[in-house]
Design a protein around this ligand. Structure first.
Ligand SMILES: Cc1cc2nc3c(=O)[nH]c(=O)nc-3n(C[C@H](O)[C@H](O)[C@H](O)COP(=O)(O)OP(=O)(O)OC[C@H]3O[C@@H](n4cnc5c(N)ncnc54)[C@H](O)[C@@H]3O)c2cc1C
Length: 477
């Protein structure tokens, strides 16, 4: 029998939503907040040569540049970014930095059971390395190893907690979970420690990485969209841009959800819009009522899940739930403006934390960004054109931490090294492509519909989702 979710049962009145959204800006809070740190960089013009050209100025490109220079300070490294550093997913995300390289343990165990222990260890090392790198380069990005709470908000989710628990995680009952964050709808939680999850200010993080890379000698060019690759001359790749060309000895593709420059990658990912909102800083009495002093990252266990963090100054970010695929995989600024979807997010946040509605806490920002969804929900990497081009994509909404790991894998590969990382089956395989249109739109639409249906039927996955699970295929954000 269909039931309403907690978010629907406790929906606030329309007037409260109208008031919350009365003065909300369309745009990513992080990019606004870090605007004073934004640097304007030149665009490419004319003919240039370089040792390593990195296409894309998000986390994947930035980590690759930083580590390339660390490995070989004399190497010439250039980043070519179509718009501005971190304007895309890297400047708009939830700021949740997860140790997991496999998009969670369930996905990792199901797909790579034989090497799961190794993947876990490498994931922990990656998060430790992240913290170490930020300290070494003096990057102040509000990085904090706050841990996470995966909260049950429906009765049917409570038994899942003990099933999900592993050595590193503890189950909290409703009282213990609410002692951390006083949300009346929480019925229990899995707690992950700071060894597993950190949070940060994504734009400060990206700008800090860009500045650190530049200090090491990396050249970053903005408003420099690469239109195509020419690999006909031996030993080099020629990148075609509107106002010039770059001859590169090696190339890294860090273009995430945007149209792939290699034909083989065109159907490996689909761009999916994910939506988020940010509140004003909470008044002191509201903060006191909510608690959340540990500032844990929070996510719920619904199929269409929400994620959240609270910033050091006490703003709440709330995102997720609906993930929207535009037929044909189109990426357009207009798709970021979905008032109904943003309103639903506010409604769900107020249902989760009714103290916000009671106090009339306002939403200052609403935005969206594209996620590079792959059918295996986790990054894939590869080499192309006789080892001259490396690529990484497919993070499926959990790429802030893994981008650093993928950068290392690509650099190992380009250097011709055989390492523990390059030998992972996860890194040697790519997963299954999405079908061509219109099948992609139909399949993704059915998945999304089925996930919503599962949330309204005690979490029971219908025949379509079970078939997708059995095939190891799926759709997630
Ligand atoms: C709303 C939202 C919330 C998210 N929350 C989280 C989270 O909490 N935790 C987490 O781990 N992940 C999260 N993610 C995902 C995470 O942000 C991404 O996985 C990560 O930022 C990917 O980094 P990237 O560098 O690969 O891609 P991007 O940041 O998308 O950068 C790719 C860059 O490539 C450039 N580019 C593309 N094509 C070209 C070309 N032809 N020439 C030149 N430049 C080009 C683009 O302009 C872009 O700047 C979220 C994503 C979104 C959208």
């Amino acid at each position: 029998m269909r039931h309403d979710t907690m978010y629907e049962r406790h929906a606030p009145p329309d007037a409260a939503l109208d008031a919350a959204l009365a003065d909300t800006r369309l745009g990513a809070y992080w990019l606004d907040d870090a605007a004073p740190q934004r640097v304007r960089r030149p665009a490419l013009s004319g003919e240039r040569t370089t040792d390593l050209a990195i296409i894309g100025g998000g986390f994947t490109g930035l980590w690759t540049a930083l580590h390339a220079k660390r490995r070989d300070p004399d190497r010439r490294v250039m980043i070519l970014e179509a718009r501005r550093v971190a304007w895309a997913a890297s400047g708009r995300n939830g700021g949740w930095i997860d140790y997991s390289l496999t998009h969670g343990e369930e996905n990792g165990l199901a797909r790579w059971p034989d090497e799961f222990e190794t993947l876990q260890r490498l994931g922990y090392d990656n998060l430790d390395g992240y913290e170490h790198d930020l300290a070494e380069h003096g990057i102040d990005a509000d990085f904090a190893r706050v841990g996470a709470l995966h909260v049950a908000v429906e009765a049917h989710q409570v038994p899942w907690l003990s099933e999900l628990e592993t050595r590193e995680q503890t189950t909290l009952d409703a009282e213990a979970a609410r002692a951390r964050i006083n949300a009346p709808g929480i019925l229990g939680a899995i707690h992950e420690t700071g060894r597993m999850v950190a949070t940060a200010h994504p734009a400060k993080l990206a700008y800090g990485l860009a500045a650190a890379a530049e200090r090491l000698g990396v050249e970053i060019l903005e408003r420099s969209r690469v239109r195509g690759l020419d690999t006909t001359s031996p030993g080099e790749v020629v990148l075609r841009l509107d106002d010039g060309r770059v001859r590169a000895h090696q190339v890294v593709l860090a273009t995430n959800a945007f149209p792939a420059l290699l034909r083989r990658n065109r159907r490996m990912t689909v761009p999916v819009y994910d939506y988020a909102i940010m509140t004003e800083p909470l008044p002191t009495d509201v903060r006191a009522a909510i608690g959340w002093q540990g500032r844990e990252a929070v996510g719920d266990l619904s199929s269409l899940f929400h994620y959240s963090q609270i910033t050091p100054e006490g703003r709440i970010l709330w995102g997720g739930y609906d993930a929207v695929y535009i037929p044909g995989g189109r990426i357009r600024r207009a798709h970021e403006d979905d008032p109904a979807l943003h309103r639903k997010l506010v409604s769900h946040l107020y249902a989760f934390l009714p103290q916000l509605a009671e106090a009339g806490v306002r939403i200052t920002h609403r935005w969206a960004g594209v996620i590079d969804t792959s059918t295996r929900f986790a990054v894939f990497t590869g080499l192309a054109k006789q080892g001259r081009i490396a690529y990484a994509a497919g993070y499926t909404g959990l790429g802030v931490g893994t981008a650093r790991f993928a950068a290392e894998v690509m650099l190992d590969r380009l250097a011709g090294l055989t390492t523990e990382r390059t030998e992972l089956r996860m890194m040697r395989t790519r997963g299954v492509p999405f079908p061509p249109e219109p099948a992609a739109t139909i399949g993704i639409g059915l998945s999304r519909w089925s996930m919503a249906a599962a949330d309204h039927h005690e979490g029971r996955r219908g025949a379509f989702l079970r078939a997708m699970d059995a095939l190891g295929l799926g759709f997630d954000s």
